[in-house]
Write a protein of this length. Structure first.
Lengths: 284, 328
């Protein structure tokens, strides 16, 4: 069901708060990825606070929806969203990447209850999500599998093996691609061109929806539409701005794999707080 | 002499001993595992007949998944199915799985700790005419190095069947190494089998031969010949390379004082490596590791290749004589 204005504002506030915690945790950790997590904060917020049928207090519920994060390096946004949703205390975010932490540098299923997979090495998540969706289909189970994948990991053969497999088997699967056009070495279309990625997916028997990955109404509508397309898996091509919300990080591939220093974090938080106040005033 | 509690095939030293590929035992075992547990599923990368997964496919078509020539997908789809409660068996040739998909196995199966059962058929040079591209000689090394992974190399079809049924009951990631070639059926239904427990098949006190796969047969033949020459030889079927049966190996080192290992694998990182790593740090004795010496295989008939690469009864006898001389 589509979102009303109040719901959209609530999600915007939540995403802004999550972005601030991402900056704080990356500063504390001293290493990690900045651009991807900020760019995906709206999608994670929409999924965890509206779309997914999940219960943070019952993480092994057999009927829960499954979320597979394939590009595990953007886990700061996963961890922060999970903490805000009640999976674990927000204070634990300060342990990211530190010895003994449950918040490993790349997500490890056995370390943190609520994670569905271990990920980091790119190109394997869509296959794992396909395996889950295959079981849901073969056993006629009602839960849904969601896979978050990056455009960069579409360089990998393993990803396309999964695209073939999911298309062949008409899997009940919603994939969301973070189409932010950057990867470590530069711009995706220069490293290894993906376009026309929509036509590629359609040729592999997928339903494709293109959205603005920062528009909550579009994110939720696309996820709803995917549920209605029963004969094909759905790829939601979410156009996002890497580093979204922090002006000096936006659209810069240099911010793919590094954290802010103290000065940069201060600037980023100032900007995000200003934005937060703006959202709040619009709401009131 | 043959250990009576091993209940070996009474025709063990007869020329007309029955010969069956170990992959056949896997195929039969998988059907039984499927009957015993409805969560067992099978996935294959376009090698359904030759990896013997076809019987499962025929019996449980809804629980069989064809992946096509995509071994990375084979491992990762299986990981996802395991996460959703299934016990997936994935089959291909060992050079491709676990060869081509090693990182996927490492991350999504071992580190992720999902009960996926990797079946690598056509392992070893006994693959024969297909040549080196299809003769996996490194698979045990790359699987043995992975935390959480269990590695099993059964000696014959009967043991492969038992191993398949047993590993469907464990929740650990497992690698099962199988042969293409017909190998002598040396064990029987009464022969004990337990994952992680090596079996003494032949009793002796002067040295121990530790073997796995079809070369257990060559080890038994060597032990008999050595016995005739007055060298009392113990033979251990070390079907589980990981976890290694430390107790049985330590006892063998203490009681016989010399070890020969033999496997259809590189001398680096396989059974011999595992045995040497353990004994050198716990009860050092002279050891000779027989295997392929840092070399690729080639086309040829199985027996020609085993001879060329020194994996024969005669080479075991030679090595045995040498390690016995090295004993203090």
């Amino acid at each position: 069901m589509s979102l009303n204005d109040w719901q959209i504002h609530t999600l915007e506030e939540q995403a802004n708060s999550i972005r601030q915690d991402i900056i704080k945790m990356l500063l504390e950790a001293g290493s990690g990825h900045s651009a991807g997590p900020l760019g995906m904060a709206d999608i994670f917020t929409a999924l965890y606070f509206h779309v997914l049928k999940i219960d943070p207090k019952n993480v092994t519920d057999p009927d829960r929806d499954r979320l597979v994060l394939s590009n595990g390096h953007i886990c700061p946004v996963l961890y922060t969203t999970m903490a805000h949703r009640g999976y674990f205390p927000i204070s634990e975010l300060a342990t990211l990447r530190k010895l003994g932490t449950r918040l490993q540098g790349h997500p490890h299923r056995e370390a943190l209850p609520g994670l569905e997979t271990t990920s980091g090495p790119l190109g394997s998540g869509l296959s794992q999500a396909s395996g889950m969706a295959y079981v849901a289909k073969m056993d006629n189970l009602k839960w849904r599998t969601y896979c978050l994948t990056s455009d960069g990991e579409h360089d990998a053969g393993n990803t396309w093996e999964a695209v073939l497999f999911a298309g062949k088997n008409h899997l009940p699967l919603t994939a969301i691609m973070d189409r932010n056009n950057i990867q470590i070495d530069g711009v995706t279309e220069e490293i290894m061109p993906l376009e026309s990625v929509k036509a590629k997916y359609e040729a592999f028997n997928w339903h494709v929806i293109e959205i603005d990955g920062h528009n909550f109404a579009q994110i939720v509508d696309a996820c709803d539409q995917a549920l209605a397309v029963v004969e094909k898996p759905t790829m939601i091509l979410a156009h996002t701005i890497p580093g979204k919300g922090v002006d000096f990080m936006e659209k810069k591939f240099e911010w793919h794999g590094k954290p802010p220093n103290a000065e940069e974090a201060k600037l980023a938080l100032h900007e995000l707080r200003t934005l937060g106040r703006k959202i709040q005033s619009e709401h009131q | 002499m043959i250990n009576p509690t091993a209940h070996l095939n009474p025709k063990i030293f007869d020329d007309d001993i029955e010969r069956v590929p170990s992959r056949d035992g896997f195929g039969e075992g998988l059907v039984i595992a499927g009957e015993e547990n409805s969560q067992v599923v099978a996935l294959c990368a376009d090698l359904t007949e030759s990896t013997r997964i076809e019987a499962f496919k025929a019996k449980f078509p809804d629980r069989f998944v064809e992946i096509g020539v995509a071994e990375q997908n084979l491992a990762t789809v299986a990981s996802g199915m395991a996460a959703a409660g299934k016990i997936p068996f994935i089959s291909s040739y060992a050079t491709f799985s676990p060869g081509r998909n090693w990182e996927q196995i490492r991350t999504t199966i071992c580190y992720n700790n999902q009960p996926v059962k990797i079946i690598g058929s056509h392992a070893g040079i006994s693959v024969g005419p297909d040549g080196a591209t299809h003769q996996a000689l490194e698979d045990m090394a790359i699987m043995r190095a992975l935390p959480n992974m269990v590695v099993i190399c059964p000696t014959d079809a009967v043991e492969a069947k038992k191993a398949t049924i047993a590993l469907a009951k464990t929740m650990q990631p497992t690698y099962l190494r199988l042969s293409r070639d017909k190998v002598p059926t040396i064990t029987t239904l009464q022969t004990p089998f337990e994952i992680g427990r090596a079996e003494v098949l032949y009793e002796g006190k002067d040295l121990t031969i530790v073997a796995c796969g079809q070369l257990v047969y060559a080890a038994l033949q060597a032990a008999k010949a050595l016995e005739d020459e007055g060298i009392s030889t113990r033979v251990i079927n070390c079907h589980t390379i990981k976890p290694l049966d430390h107790k049985t190996l330590l006892k063998a080192a203490e009681e016989t004082g010399a070890i020969v290992t033999i496997e259809e694998h590189q001398v680096t990182g396989g059974l011999g490596g595992a045995v040497a790593e353990f004994l050198s740090q716990n009860f050092p004795v002279p050891i000779k590791i027989l295997g392929v010496e840092d070399h690729f295989g080639e086309s040829g008939e199985t027996q020609e290749l085993l001879k060329k690469f020194g994996l024969t009864k005669e080479m075991i006898i030679k090595a045995a004589t040498k390690v016995v001389r090295m004993k203090a």
